[in-house]
Design a protein around this ligand. Structure first.
Ligand SMILES: Nc1ncnc2c1ncn2[C@@H]1O[C@H](COP(=O)(O)OP(=O)(O)OP(=O)(O)O)[C@@H](O)[C@H]1O
Length: 250
């Protein structure tokens, strides 16, 4: 379980997070949604141990995030993928597992690249791939690491809408097969609903959680979900919560 208790993060005069109490259950796929500057990235970085709390506490499976990271239980995907330029797509995907002392499992890495729509590009170096393709390589790399908890910050930022939907569904498929916990930050309401079991809506600054919206859609999900009435209903609910912002905090 991931839990934050009364988590507050300030940067000088700016209070980026203000008393955030978050609970994410093991095996859950949650999204964090909110307007620009409301503290989504700061929250994700605090969960990952990359940002120290000014006050309050963060625990990942009962441990401080740094301990979870040292144990290889935390994986990250950020907007700016940091692939090694001299390694192929396949080499980049297997590299982190090798570094963590795990079996590099190249066949599974090939499968993941194919799931990400990159079959045939295994030997290509980052310079020969588009930004969106490199983003998909970095997602495959994070999934391949096999960490229990995966933190993803706008990982589809460079992708067009159709590819975003395809990648979202692919990530959910891997998540469901391998029983991970995923915390996924996004600006996009449809994406937040398509992917999540629960969607945390934030407002700010100072960043606070307005509400957790349960997403009751079928599993596994595919593109047809996007046309369904429950999907549109949930999107409408989330939009209302977003527009009410701080007024919706009970
Ligand atoms: N390192 C930093 N130094 C100073 N202020 C910061 C720093 N990081 C974030 N902030 C401020 O904290 C607030 C929250 O920023 P954060 O990046 O977490 O928001 P966000 O919701 O992820 O935004 P976006 O959706 O635009 O990426 C903003 O006011 C931002 O300017």
């Amino acid at each position: 379980m991931i839990r934050t208790d009364d988590l507050t993060v300030s940067f000088g005069e700016t209070r980026a997070l203000d008393g955030v109490d978050l609970r994410v259950r093991d095996g859950e796929f949650v999204t964090i949604l909110g307007p620009s500057g409301c503290g989504k990235t700061t929250l994700l970085r605090a969960i990952g141990g990359l940002q120290s709390p000014t006050a309050g506490d963060v625990r990942v499976d009962g441990r401080p995030p740094a301990a979870a990271q040292t144990a290889g239980d935390l994986g990250f995907v950020f907007q700016n993928h940091t692939l090694l330029p001299w390694k192929s797509a396949l080499g980049n995907v297997t590299f982190l597992r090798r570094l963590a002392g795990k079996d590099p499992a190249p066949e599974a890495a090939r499968d993941l690249l194919a799931t990400m729509g990159l079959a045939g590009y295994e030997d290509a170096r980052p310079a020969a791939l588009s930004g969106g393709m490199n983003q998909r390589v970095s997602i495959a790399r994070a999934l391949h690491l096999g960490a229990d908890v995966l933190l993803m910050d706008e990982p589809f930022g460079e992708l067009d809408e159709l590819t975003r939907e395809e990648m979202g569904i692919a990530v959910r498929r891997v998540w469901q097969r391998e029983d991970r916990t995923i915390v996924f930050v996004t600006h996009s309401v449809p994406e937040a609903v398509l992917l999540a079991d629960r969607c945390f809506v934030m407002c700010g600054p100072p960043g606070r959680i307005v509400r957790a919206v349960d997403v009751e859609l079928p599993r596994p999900r595919d593109e047809t979900v996007l046309e369904s009435a429950p999907f549109h209903r949930t999107v409408a609910t989330v939009r209302t919560v977003l527009s009410e912002g701080a007024d919706a905090i009970q």
